[in-house]
Design a protein around this ligand. Structure first.
Ligand SMILES: Cc1cc2nc3c(=O)[nH]c(=O)nc-3n(C[C@H](O)[C@H](O)[C@H](O)COP(=O)(O)O)c2cc1C
Ligand code: SF4
Length: 402
């Protein structure tokens, strides 16, 4: 088992399956009402309201419905779902079962990141135990509700975390995003109504059913209710998984993970990448900003860069990732990432003019709006924010004499 530093997690305080017991003692519409009242938003990154997603799937006309737990966790710097799968697997399956009850599904699928194959045996054991305890299978807890869960492995592609590519992959096709609409809630796995939720979202849904919508909504901010798990890594003393309340300042998060600049030592942080490779790079001067959907949203990845990090190298690293991971379906993403990476290499050699840098910025902005899916719509963000905040550093290279 990998040791992960963490603070006190709400999930450790919950009574086992209290949320499921509360849910199946009511009606599906009541469960959706409670999740909606809690204002829980998806923790996978996009922040779509969970209750509304479940309502749409519950109302969809479909002879079969599915619950998919997105455990692909491919965003660089994100490893909070790994902790949930290893330490709180019962809670993940509880959340899926509650989702199944709410939308009228009998089947759930956990799509597990290929790199997490080592967790498979543990997860299968937890599933088997839940079947023995009548928390899965037929007539769950004697309430006439049938639901079971299976696990399907991913194959290592970042794009398969995008929900429609994930569904294609589950169906045995190449993992490429679908045209949307229609959305999975009405036309998902096997073209049936499907909810796709992040691992953490499902855990919070179970927590909400256990502790109540009011408890959850009273934490966080007006537009970002509740709590968020963060995976903190990079140049920081205590990397790990930490729970915060939405609205927490970046500076407080850094101190939580061992940054000591408050104690009088000079700040060693140069920048913080929030949201992984597809997120934004925040310079140290902006550590007063907050983690919240209305300020800086994140699926959970926080990567700290110390003073001696080369920000152009950071941009290059992320762009290499996107060139590799683009599915190639649409031109702005397939070609755009390659052109941005070529531009970074020109910058490295001191051969990029300000005029060309501006063209690269304009290309990045175009990719945001012209790409087909979230990968291409976000892949230029790190580059753009590094250009914005570290222009002097990236333009200051010595031209290489040839
Ligand atoms: C390229 C790409 C990769 C993604 N990877 C993940 C992932 O690993 N896990 C995840 O939960 N969501 C991921 N998402 C977001 C999903 O498409 C989807 O919005 C999410 O699973 C919905 O769950 P939520 O509403 O509970 O957040 C990704 C999106 C994109 C565009
Ligand atoms: S944006 Fe990129 S990953 Fe998404 S469909 Fe287009 S090429 Fe594929």
């Amino acid at each position: 088992m990998i040791e992960t530093k963490t603070n006190d997690l709400t999930f450790s305080t919950l009574d086992k399956d209290a949320g499921l017991k509360a849910a199946i003692g009511t009606k599906p519409a009541d469960v959706i009402g409670t999740i909606s009242d809690s204002a829980l938003k998806g923790r996978g990154g996009a922040g779509f309201p969970a209750g509304f997603k479940w309502k749409l799937a519950a109302e969809a006309e479909s002879d079969e419905k599915f619950v998919i737990c997105n455990a692909d966790e491919g965003e660089p710097g994100t490893f909070k779902d790994r902790l949930l799968l290893s330490d709180f697997a019962d809670l993940v399956f509880e959340g899926m079962t509650i989702g199944g009850f709410a939308i009228g599904a009998k089947s759930g699928i956990l799509y597990l990141r290929a790199e997490y194959t080592y967790l498979l045996a543990h997860l299968e054991d937890v599933l088997a135990k839940r079947r023995e305890e009548n928390l899965l299978g037929e007539n769950i807890l004697g309430k006439g509700f049938d639901f079971d869960i299976r696990i399907q492995m991913g194959a290592g592609a970042y794009i398969c975390g995008e929900e429609s590519a994930l569904i294609e992959s589950l169906e045995g096709q190449r993992g490429e995003p679908r045209n949307r609409p229609p959305f999975p809630v009405e036309d998902g796995f096997k073209h049936k109504a499907t909810i796709v939720n992040n691992v953490e979202t499902l855990c919070w849904a179970a927590a909400v059913m256990s502790k109540g919508a009011k408890w959850f909504k009273s934490a966080g901010t007006e537009q970002s209710a509740g709590f968020k798990l963060l995976s903190i890594s990079g140049d920081i003393a205590n990397p790990g998984v930490y729970e915060i309340e939405f609205g927490t300042k970046i500076s407080d998060i850094l101190h939580m993970a061992g940054c000591e600049c408050e104690k009088g030592t000079p700040c060693k942080v140069k920048a913080i990448q929030i949201g992984g490779a597809s997120g934004i790079c925040v310079p140290a001067k902006d550590i007063g900003r907050k983690i919240a959907f209305e300020d800086i949203a994140t699926g959970g990845s926080i990567i700290v860069f110390g003073q001696d990090r080369d920000m152009l190298h950071v941009a290059k690293n992320f762009l290499e990732f996107f060139v590799e991971e683009s599915c190639g379906q649409c031109t702005p993403c397939r070609e755009g990432n390659v052109v941005l990476l070529d531009g970074v290499e020109l910058l490295e050699e001191g051969k990029c003019s300000m005029k060309y840098l501006n063209e690269l910025v304009s290309l990045g902005e175009t990719m945001k709006v012209a790409s087909k899916c979230g990968l291409g719509q976000t892949s230029a963000r790190a580059f753009l924010s590094i250009v914005k905040h570290f222009k002097d550093e990236i333009m200051g290279r010595e031209p290489i004499s040839v």
